[in-house]
Design a protein around this ligand. Structure first.
Ligand SMILES: [Zn+2]
Length: 41
């Protein structure tokens, strides 16, 4: 399982000025993260 952003479906947070946000859309990590099951064949 991993986390993705609920707004842009990306899972790559970045830290700006002490706040962890998503680099692509700027949503706050803690507020926007959703658990996603890893797909493994
Ligand atoms: Zn996002």
């Amino acid at each position: 399982m991993h986390y993705e952003c609920r707004y842009c479906d990306l899972g790559f947070p970045a830290t700006y000025d002490g706040d962890t946000v998503y680099g692509s859309c700027g949503a706050e990590w803690e507020a926007a993260k959703i658990p996603v099951e890893d797909e493994e064949d």
